[in-house]
Design a protein around this ligand. Structure first.
Ligand code: WTA
Length: 678
């Protein structure tokens, strides 16, 4: 074994579900060799209204040349995910167990909800959705802050067989409109407003704009249900017991919420006198559970579709093993529910295991930079799951804010969203984990449904920066440019030739695109779009995207989608966007702009463009640099040579061979034009 390996802490290993690498290999081999046996043992812990057939447990085709790509697990079986997450746990005596602690943006706002209460609320809201005409298969869009109602809405959809389509509440009204029109949602569920730090965001106003814009795409949202969140915050400040009391105590500070009668309804009015019970709709294991948009390299977002049975098994199993979850633990994932991490590891995975988790509405920096550490101390969090960008941002403040808090409860620290640099890994390990915690650097994607390459706590010797080994049922393969499999040490395209239960099934309404994006480059393989290296000990190191996608603070986006927004500006002739390394965000957007003939590039144009991207996509997509480009480096066939632009962005004059450029002089011009200090 090479140097720089951190062995698991022995006290964790003793109690871990998987105690050694030998044990891991045994289970991993079984998952690949006796796949149906392995997963059916897990499936047997859940309720199936119509049982699955062990002899026909799964089927797939990954080879486009042999017919349509398809993946099916437990087809023919019926179940209900909500039933398995709530009713089953309540029946097993866990009704009074806390499902979620809620920690508001303001430390004075907090609350909790038990499994029994969550089930009751979900039943009530299921009845509300039914009363609005939502039936099995209908899509329900969700644009909400991190409050209990977002979980209630998701599970209500699952209960009645509707498909939720969450749009992260940091997306712009344009992005929301485009996604609502694409999924043709019948209902939109949202909230009046929310505080992020000391900033008030009026979410409902933004939804109104989005619903109007969706009409331009030919789609009308018939119903919008709105949670009155803000007055509740003011009320809890006054009563300071932090619980969500009865609706009657809500002070109406919000008569100015924009409203359309006949379309808009208050959540609390609708919930007032509905039945607190609702029989679950039994759906097929391959019926859709939810869809979630992710960026596509051609610009238009892709509606990744996940189905019922396989996703349930995979979210539940990865949660149990990757966080080494045991009853009594308090787990906290900081991801917003609007991303896949929030779906699988705030909601579905933890509830499937009957876990107690924290839902956090705020930011790591409010009211001070020790907020994460104070929440860990307050709830005695045992597993903490966050993103490298947050770790890097918090490292800046040194150890002082950390030292003020007791973090002894921690056992497992997770990382997700982008490669974690060894420096951040070590800081996390030493200062947060006090060298006693395992770090789970989890590699996965919206498309994979759950973790696919990850260490297991108490089991895997850790190498900072390596996601290490595949999860059960997963066999990573590296391919070279010609599609040949690379054995042993090497680097190439990270692909898979066999499905695990949680992999996506299609792109909503566009199976063609699903096949062409993921399965056409190398027939027979699912292509992740990432590159990876396997080292001499068999560890995988994900090296980053091999397509025109970039990852800003863990948010995946495509250069094409930003370019198309920039070129919409009337003064812009052409735009090219590249990624530049950033000390906190991981990567950031560096944009080259060629103005229209006769237009002068001014600081005002530059700030208009930044604003435009912010408003069209969302604040997280804000470009760091806008540079004037009198021309772009193009080959004679007109293709932009992006590697040259990446060199300009980092001010590295080693641009390599540029002899195929139509005009080589442009490269020098671009270096000259670099804005100062960037
Ligand atoms: C990147 C987030 C390296 C990768 C769960 C992937 C990572 C994309 C890691 C998916 C990791 C995520 N190490 N890279 N541990 N985790 N990525 O769909 O490029 O938002 O393809 O899912 O994030 O982003 P997505």
């Amino acid at each position: 074994m090479s140097k720089n390996v951190y062995l698991p802490y022995s006290a964790t290993s003793e109690k871990a579900h998987v105690k050694s690498m030998e044990h891991y290999r045994e289970m991993h081999n079984k998952s690949l060799e006796s796949t149906a046996q392995f997963w059916s043992e897990i499936a047997s812990q859940f309720h199936w209204e119509t049982p699955y057939d062990i002899n026909n447990f799964y089927s797939y085709n990954f080879d486009v040349t042999k017919g349509p790509v398809q993946v099916k697990w437990m087809e023919g079986a019926t179940t209900n995910v909500c039933y398995n997450l709530l009713d089953k746990n309540v029946r097993n005596g866990m009704g009074d167990k806390v499902a979620f602690y809620w920690e508001g943006n303001d430390p004075e706002d907090y609350s909790k909800i038990t499994y029994k209460k969550l089930l009751e609320e979900v039943c009530r809201f299921s009845n509300v959705l039914k009363s609005k005409g939502v039936v099995k298969g209908d899509r329900v869009a969700i644009y909400m802050p991190m409050i209990f109602e977002i979980v209630i809405t998701m599970l209500s959809c699952a209960r009645i067989g509707a498909v939720h389509s969450i749009v992260f509440a940091g997306f712009s009204s344009d992005s929301l409109a485009e996604r609502m029109a694409d999924c043709k949602c019948k209902v939109l569920v949202t909230a009046d407003s929310v505080y992020r730090g000391d900033k008030l965001l009026n979410i409902k106003s933004l939804c109104d704009i989005a619903m109007d814009k969706a009409k331009n795409f030919g789609h009308e949202v018939s119903t919008c249900i709105v949670v009155r969140h803000l007055p509740r915050l003011y009320r809890s400040m006054n009563t300071s017991n932090g619980t969500n009391g009865s609706n009657s105590d809500i002070i109406d500070l919000h008569s100015d919420v924009p409203w359309t009668d006949g379309r808009d309804y208050w959540w609390h009015d609708e919930m007032d006198d509905v039945e607190p019970s609702c029989y679950p709709v039994w759906v097929s294991a391959e019926d859709p559970l939810f869809m979630l948009y992710t960026s596509g390299s051609t610009g238009k977002p892709k509606g990744v579709l996940h189905t019922t049975g396989g996703y349930l098994l995979y979210a539940a199993t990865t949660f149990k093993y990757v966080f080494d979850y045991h009853p009594g633990d308090v787990y906290w994932c900081t991801a917003d529910i609007g991303w896949i991490t929030g779906h699988s590891y705030v909601v579905y995975g933890p509830l499937a295991n009957g876990a107690t988790s924290v839902i956090f509405e705020g930011t790591p920096f409010y009211p001070d930079n020790g907020r994460y550490w104070s929440v860990i101390e307050k709830y005695k969090v045992t597993q903490f799951y966050t993103a490298p960008t947050a770790i890097r941002a918090l490292m800046k403040f040194g150890e002082e804010p950390v030292k003020k808090h007791n973090l002894d409860s921690l056992k497992v620290l997770g990382s997700v969203g982008e490669p974690i640099n060894p420096e951040a890994w070590l800081w996390y390990y030493q200062h947060i984990g006090k060298e006693r915690c395992s770090i789970a650097d989890t590699f996965w994607q919206t498309e994979t449904g759950g973790h696919v390459i990850t260490p297991l706590p108490g089991c895997t010797p850790m190498k900072p920066g390596s996601a290490s080994f595949p999860f059960f049922g997963v066999k990573p393969i590296l391919l070279d440019e010609s599609g040949k499999e690379i054995e042993g040490v090497g680097e190439g395209y990270l692909v898979f030739n066999k499905p695990w239960p949680g992999i996506m099934r299609t792109l909503f309404g566009n199976h063609e695109r699903f096949q062409s994006v993921y399965f056409s480059k190398f027939p027979g393989y699912y292509c992740t779009g990432d590159g990876a290296r396997r080292d001499e000990d068999g560890y995988f190191w994900v090296t980053g995207r091999v397509d025109d996608m970039l990852n800003v603070s863990g948010h995946l986006m495509s250069t094409a989608e930003v370019e198309s927004v920039l070129t919409e500006h009337p003064d812009v002739s052409e735009a090219a966007v590249v990624s530049r390394p950033h000390p906190i965000k991981g990567e950031c957007l560096y944009c080259f702009i060629t103005p229209n003939h006769g237009v002068t590039f001014t600081p005002q144009l530059s700030s208009e463009l930044v604003k435009k991207v912010r408003e069209s996509i969302g604040p997280f997509a804000m470009p760091d640099v806008i540079q004037h480009a009198p021309g772009l480096p193009k080959t004679r066939s007109g293709k932009i040579m992006r590697r040259v632009l990446r060199k300009v962005a980092i001010n590295d004059r080693e641009v390599g061979d540029i002899s195929t450029l139509a005009d080589e002089h442009i490269v020098e011009e671009l270096f000259k034009n670099r804005p100062e200090k960037s």
